[in-house]
Design a protein around this ligand. Structure first.
Ligand code: LLP
Length: 452
């Protein structure tokens, strides 16, 4: 396989990985991989049954220590910038901030969250970067008022920002003309994507920026979420070409996010070191060309938080439909939308209320409480209902949907007037902290009114 720079490169698959990478991969896997198991008695040392009884269900539980480990994997990059869209709970933001991780924001709300978690706008590199394809009016007012660095994904953003804040520095997000994701819905490159500035419009953008005396200090590419290293590695070459076209005003480059994370036993953790080496080589060539230091950022969301998260739900009905057995939970796609949106696979486990561990397995369909037939966690892309071999369980037992820390709570909704779930962070010192209380009925109707 050839990467953008024309070197031989490996693919993140269990077979065909060169031996020296294979050795490192095994070390990584054993060091801190998600432990796949279909009976789970504890999360970060705390019994699931205790967590469920103390905080109720459905509840997202995050293992703070695991987030720290995933951050540590990436320390080789100059800056780790957390894409908080994956999980923007303030307790999670605070944890990553204390680890020295900077933050990305895609809305005025996310800028507000970053500030509420202790990030202070400004700095070098900027603590908070606003990355989007548009400014809504609220966001434009906010970034100008707070001096938030902006990463422009459209020529219109450059013009609108330049009008309001001429003379500063901006970053450009470029669409390199290709992309890749775990689903077509998470592919953010190519002509079908709305994201970024098309790669052949760079000269136009330079002219636009100079009209407002804006300096292009950063360059960013993000081709998709849940992609693989084969595709991610192609970004280096594309970014290098655009950077050379822009020239020596560039002080920082960002590899974007998109790092995959294991959801299945067979998934292999990415070789961060090999990925870094590719980017570092690109950065070095740019430094040589520009004659000054170039800062290298990575912008992960999923990689930092996916494995840390567990959605703990209670089984409220076990019923038979012809030949199928259904476990129906008190959590639905209002809590975790990834299966209905992408046919995404999440590992699942059972925590028996009586602590039983030697349980027989059976094929079950796992669904939620919503009044919609798509409310099924064991479905594949296209809405095809599938089943999972899980321990035999009864009403009152708990089912844990695992690897749910990224794009889980963050994409939750109040559909069917269900309250948003509670969130619990188990702090790195092992204390369960209620990071968000479950919504109440008053929360559900807040802001609504009846005329007259
Ligand atoms: N940077 C930018 C500009 C992005 O658009 C995203 C994700 C990221 C970074 C972080 O990507 P990550 O490292 O998490 O792959 N809801 C989907 C994922 C949508 C991702 C949107 N953008 C899912 O549940 O899979």
């Amino acid at each position: 396989m050839l990467n953008g720079a024309g070197r031989r490169f490996w693919v993140a698959r269990p077979f065909g990985i060169p031996l020296h990478f294979e050795e490192k991969r095994r070390k990584n896997m054993t060091a801190a991989s998600h432990e796949f198991m279909d009976i789970r008695q504890e999360i970060a040392g705390i019994p699931v049954v205790e967590l469920a009884r103390q905080f109720g269900t459905p509840t997202f539980v995050y293992d703070g220590r695991l987030i720290q480990r995933r951050i540590n994997d990436l320390r080789v990059f100059d800056t780790i910038r957390y894409a908080q869209k994956a999980n923007s709970n303030l307790a999670v933001l605070d944890l990553v901030r204390r680890e020295g991780v900077l933050v990305d924001a895609v809305s005025a709300g996310e800028v507000g969250r970053a500030k509420a978690a202790g990030y202070v706008p400004g700095g070098e590199p900027p603590a908070i970067v606003y990355t989007a394809d548009i400014f809504d009016r609220e966001a434009l007012d906010l970034v100008v008022a707070e001096g938030i660095h902006v990463n422009c994904g459209s020529p219109d953003m450059i013009a609108q920002y330049g009008e309001r804040a001429p003379g500063g520095e901006i970053t450009l997000r470029i669409n390199p003309g290709f992309g890749h994701g775990h689903s077509q819905k998470t592919n953010t490159g190519g002509e079908q994507s709305k994201h970024g500035i098309w790669h052949d419009q760079v000269a136009e953008c330079l002219a636009l920026a100079s009209r407002y005396d804006l300096k292009i200090a950063g360059l960013h590419m993000h081709i998709g979420s849940g992609t693989d290293l084969e595709h991610l590695s192609q970004v280096c070459g594309a970014l290098e070409r655009v950077a050379l076209e822009i020239g020596a005003t560039i002080k920082a480059i960002s590899a974007g996010g998109g790092l995959p994370t294991p959801y299945r036993v067979s998934d292999v953790r990415v070789d961060i070191d090999a990925y870094f080496q590719l980017w570092n080589a690109t950065r070095s060539r740019l430094q040589d060309a520009f004659g000054h230091a170039v800062h290298l950022e990575i912008e992960p969301g999923r990689y930092l938080v996916a494995e840390s998260g567990y959605l703990v739900a209670e089984i409220r009905a076990v019923k038979r439909m012809g030949g199928n057995t259904f476990y129906l939970l008190d959590a639905g796609f209002n809590n975790l939308a990834r299966p209905i949106l992408y046919g995404a696979y999440h590992p699942m486990s059972i925590a028996a209320a009586d602590g039983a561990t030697t349980l027989e397995r059976q094929a079950v369909v796992v669904g939620g409480p919503l009044c919609e037939s798509g409310d099924i966690f064991t479905q594949s892309d296209g809405g095809f209902v599938g089943s999972r071999e899980l321990p035999r369980a009864k009403v009152g037992d708990y089912l844990v949907i695992e690897c749910a820390g990224a794009y889980g709570f963050a994409m939750g909704s109040n559909y069917n007037s269900k309250p948003l779930a509670a969130e619990v962070l188990i702090t790195p010192s092992g204390t369960p902290h209620l990071a968000r209380r479950r919504q109440s009925f008053d929360d559900l109707i807040r802001g609504e009114s009846i005329p007259g």
